[in-house]
Write a protein that binds this ligand. Structure first.
Ligand SMILES: [Zn+2]
Ligand SMILES: [Zn+2]
Length: 235
């Protein structure tokens, strides 16, 4: 079956994410946009994933629990997990690797931790804009060893991408790669290419997505679908 996937979205936890973009509103908007499999991928932190998990369950969406990790080389990579617990373990690992630089909300924006109702339950103190202390290749290995999916983000962007910051896309066992522009071929360097919204505002949710042929509407189905790479782009 073809399912609509959007594996790159932020919430109010990301400093650049709008304060109104709560995990619950993300899930509701994605449901209205007919997204079947949806990921929340805040920068370097998964503290809004518990609320996101609850919201996806209520909305009947397959929730994927992720983060957009910033490597030592300043490359953005999506790390995605089937289970909330595994994602929270990974979040602790990345949070520990972040330098002890406090966020400056006045300059960079708030880093709000919220519940399913959107009520603020905390703020994350370290700056989530920092590069974490893990290299690109070590991150790929770490996520795969934890049974996650690992997807270099926006590889065709001129900043914070593997191609821009490393000069090339190393030949590593990615689950897929993400591009902003619709690729002319379904595969680049032998990898499945997907598109995600990278939403930072509610109005951006679902603005880029794609359809993927999967054997079933689940994380395992997603994993298999990405390895087989039958993708349909556009609305
Ligand atoms: Zn990014
Ligand atoms: Zn992003």
């Amino acid at each position: 079956m073809l399912v609509r996937i959007d594996l790159h979205n932020h919430s109010c936890l990301s400093p650049c994410g709008n304060d109104d973009l709560t995990p619950a509103l993300l899930a509701v908007e994605a449901m209205e946009q007919k997204i079947d499999i949806l990921a929340l991928t805040d920068h370097n932190c998964g503290r809004n994933l518990p609320a996101f998990a609850e919201a996806c369950e209520l909305c009947g969406i397959v929730g994927v629990y992720g983060m957009e990790v910033n490597t030592i080389e300043d490359v953005h990579v999506l790390a995605l997990f089937a289970h909330l617990d595994d994602a929270m373990d990974f979040s602790s690992f990345i949070e520990y690797l972040l330098p002890d630089i406090p966020n400056r909300p006045d300059l960079f924006g708030n880093q709000l931790i919220v519940d399913i109702e959107g009520k603020t339950t905390g703020v994350f103190e370290k700056s989530l804009f920092s590069t974490s202390g893990i290299s690109f290749s070590d991150l790929i290995e770490e996520v795969l060893s934890r049974d996650g999916l690992v997807i270099p983000a926006h590889i065709d962007r001129p900043s914070n991408s593997a191609v821009a910051n490393l000069g090339f896309l190393p030949d590593l066992p990615y689950s897929a790669v993400e591009a902003v522009k619709v690729p002319t071929e379904h595969e680049v360097w032998g990898k499945t290419v997907i598109q995600g919204s990278d939403a930072h505002f509610l109005s951006h949710v679902g603005k880029r997505n794609c359809r993927l042929e999967v054997p079933q509407r689940s994380f395992q189905g997603l994993k298999q679908g990405l390895s087989e790479g039958i993708v349909v782009y556009g609305p």
